[in-house]
Design a protein around this ligand. Structure first.
Ligand SMILES: [Zn+2]
Length: 56
């Protein structure tokens, strides 16, 4: 069974591996993966999020 959303954090704009997508430091937690007492909700605790970087 495939679960294509398994690797995608809430802050991701595109699935990992997508064209024009790149992994960047999470702007919410600054890459720490932590937010307050728990893990960052934007990156899911990974410290990175997938953003659309575009391609000229
Ligand atoms: Zn984060």
């Amino acid at each position: 069974m495939q679960d294509e959303t398994a690797e995608q954090a809430p802050g991701d704009e595109a699935p990992p591996g997508s064209r024009q997508a790149g992994e960047v430091t999470c702007p919410v937690c600054g890459g720490s993966g932590r937010s307050g007492d728990g893990e960052c909700q934007d990156c899911g605790g990974t410290g990175t999020v997938v953003r659309i970087v575009g391609d000229a």
